[in-house]
Design a protein around this ligand. Sequence first.
Ligand code: HEC
Length: 221
Amino acid sequence: MFESKSGILLVGGLGFFLFAFLSNAVVPILLYQDMPEQTVEELASNNQNLLYMFEDLSRRYPDQFEKYYGEANPESLAKALTIGRKVYTGEGCWHCHSQFIRPVSNESERWGKVASSDEYQNELQRPVLWGTRRVGPDLSREGGRRGNDWHAVHFYDPQMLSPTSPMPKYRWFYDDNSPDKPNERGLAMITYVQWLGSWLEQYPDYENYTPLEEQMRNPLE
Ligand code: HEC
């Protein structure tokens, strides 16, 4: 077998396959199998950033919110997150959006902190939605980057805010075909995108944020 070129290549190929299987499958399983995994309820009960956004949603669309989620509290938040993830998966958002910031190509300059494995250790990441293509921007730091009303308009008609956007219109996220009436899916979808990255101490965009007062004081900067 070792006397022919193809024999050596065969053994080498199988060897590398085995090595990759050990290092990329067996070792991670052994390392992480005992790490506790957070449930959706846990995620919803200890996340002030997100609860704030959820309450904001309940005030902006009070009638719609009450109809589908009642009051804004950790229980209704958990429900919205679960539905939001299902809608995200079902609509195939992951065909165009990744949820994984890599330590290459200065990705952290654009989107914020490089993704780490502990961020994926919870029920809403099963299975992970890393995505394979990036027609649109990475969404793993989307939370807090835009207001709830921005998302409501954007899902209704992305081209209204970004004229050349190839993102589809999601009219079935609304009742009566009206952008100010997000329904159960619409409210869940907005909550889900606000969740992404909300566990970080600071949302990336806020780091460079200059309060309006200061901007007025130094208009040329
Ligand atoms: C055909 C590809 C495509 C699909 C499918 C798609 N998007 Fe997008 N998305 C884009 C592109 C391109 C942009 C950037 C232009 C824009 O803002 O519309 C974008 C922008 C966004 C933004 C704004 C990011 C920011 O802060 O600038 C969010 C949030 C978003 N998409 C969420 C979703 C969700 C949720 C779904 C599924 C319901 C989805 N997208 C489906 C391509 C897509």
